[in-house]
Design a protein around this ligand. Structure first.
Ligand code: PGA
Length: 271
């Protein structure tokens, strides 16, 4: 049987290291960063892990062209999209447009979208379904606030977010999803979750997906995100249910980002 998209040797989950550039780097800067990153990612790294970059919309076409012409192993991702295919939605970008640019991964429900741009659980669900409809893979972000964690509500909040996001998603698609556990208090703060907390929450996400999709959920990939950098990545990525990282600030530096991918590759080779 052939290997599925996120599967490596012997059906093990292939880690995914994703760089979320947020609102940084214009298209010229983006070209420089991906060229440098391509150079730093050795065949040993990309044999063991997938690496995606998620530039702002205005950079996507330029980055796609560079990746294609250099035959780069870097995978193109986007940070968000609308849930409709087209129409009177000023300022929005549709999933059909992203698919046409050969975008593979689309971040859905990032906490900045939820908190700063009012994306509700219902909107996140509609976006997730739209991304799947266009044969791209959503990276669904879930995570609790500091107040929720302190009140002992982290597991409950993540459960609610996951259940709302997965409404109407068929079993087969759940197994192909990527979910990123991103505690909101860890994003951009320099404060990471402990490896044990990251493991606990990623395992919870896999167990919840298992209730939804059955044994197929064992191939679901769960990333950790929130202040991942070259210092913190190694231990986080060594946790058995952490299948990669969603990296914000540290992904803007191609040297450091390649080091994180290399650390993930070392862990993956030992599994
Ligand atoms: P950070 O962002 O690595 O800068 O904390 C992570 C994210 O928001 O995805």
């Amino acid at each position: 049987m052939s290997e599925g998209p996120g599967q490596g040797r012997a059906g093990a989950r292939r880690p995914l290291i994703s760089g979320n550039w947020k609102m940084n780097l214009n298209h010229l800067e983006a070209i420089q960063v991906v060229q440098k990153l391509s150079y730093r990612l050795t065949p040993q790294i990309t044999a063991a892990v997938e690496v995606s970059v998620h530039p702002p919309f205005t950079d996507l076409r330029s980055v796609q062209t560079v990746l294609d012409s250099d035959d780069s192993p870097i995978i193109l991702g986007a940070q968000s999209c609308h849930f409709e295919d087209q129409g009177a939605f000023t300022g929005e970008v549709s999933p059909a447009m992203l698919a046409k640019l050969n975008v593979t991964y689309v971040i859905v429900g990032h906490s900045e979208r939820r908190q700063l741009f009012g994306e509700t659980d219902d909107v996140v669900n509609r976006k997730l379904l739209a991304v799947l409809r266009h044969h791209m893979t959503p990276i669904l972000c879930v995570g609790e606030t500091l107040a929720e964690r302190q009140a002992g509500e982290a597991r409950g909040r993540v459960t609610e977010q996951l259940e709302a996001a997965l409404a109407g998603v068929d079993r087969g698609s759940v197994a192909q999803l990527v979910v990123a556990y991103e505690p909101i208090w860890a994003i951009g703060t320099g404060q990471t979750a402990t490896p044990a907390d990251a493991q606990e929450m990623c395992a919870l996400i896999r167990a919840l997906a298992g209730e939804w999709a059955g044994p197929a959920a064992s191939s679901l990939r769960v990333q950790y995100g929130g202040s991942v950098n070259t210092q913190t990545a190694g231990e986080l990525l060594s946790q058995p249910d952490v299948d990669g990282a969603l990296v914000g600030g540290a992904s803007l530096d191609p040297d450091g980002f390649a080091v994180i991918a290399d650390q993930a590759a070392s862990v993956a080779r030992q599994r």
